[in-house]
Design a binder for this molecule. Sequence first.
Ligand SMILES: [Zn+2]
Length: 341
Amino acid sequence: MSDLKVTAPQDGIVVSEDTQPNSVVRFLFDDHGVRGEIVHLHEPMQKLLECVRAYPPCVKGLLLELAAAAVLIAATLKANGTVTVQIQCGKGPKALNFAFINIDKDLHFYGNVLSDEIKFTEATFREMVGQGGIMVISAFPEGGTRYQGIVSLDKDSMAEALADYFKESEQLATSFLIQSDVANAQAGGMMLQIVPNIEGNLESLHHLTTLAATLQPQELFELSLHESLRRLFWNDKVRVFDPEQVTYRCICSKERIFRVLAALSNDELSDMIAENKGIDMSCQSCGKVYHVTIDELKDLLTAKQQSAQSQAAPQASAPQASAPDAKDAAPTPAAGPTIEV
Ligand SMILES: [Zn+2]
């Protein structure tokens, strides 16, 4: 738990010493039976936006909001494992295909948007998710059972859709506030949720949500998270916990690239080697390009052939590469969404 120390005013705004960007802070209203989280992300969002450079600002904003939401959700579900938040878009002239954020228990995340050619520059949340769009939240707790919840995105904003999700899937009254600032590569938000079985918790949630709704993007992005809380809930006793760092980190690596290549047939590898120039493979999540040299391809083929010989049983048929599991699928030259599952 932290105290809420604030330094001298600066340009009329009280600025705390530590602005705590790129963090999520949990808090608890003991007297009200309401818990909450507040998040502000900047540097991780700069990296996330590099994945969607070609998209218009509205699409970038959607991904930023999804990332802020995913951080709040990951902390809420206490999954102690990976959480994936996906938007599977429906139909419509401005509907995207798919957007996702994956986030692990240490709050490292990555994500992307997938879409056919985009012929618009402006679109609302409803238009981008399209008619029939859904949000799928999946949690993969370490050593636990996979959990999945689905909610319709027939809403005007991501915050409304998320509130609906928790009401329908978790039976927990929850409110969300999500804000994004594409021009300055930042996003953030707040979640408030009842603590079950405490008298008056729903009324308190309503009261605190009304206060939270007055939080302006400028305040969220310029003040420390603690100071934002202090301004909003100055009249309510709130217990605030230490900030937890949030980082952008894609799961791709050269090793993963090699595992994907190892799953190709020897003929396919031979064809690549015959081109005599190596290959470039890009990560579908972050767009990072990995160059595989001709020598690396040759080594890979040799290793596969030797491995097949040593494993071949007398009656075995032609050696086959084993298919990569889904976790290894991130880097691949093929098109289509890729998500760690
Ligand atoms: Zn990557």
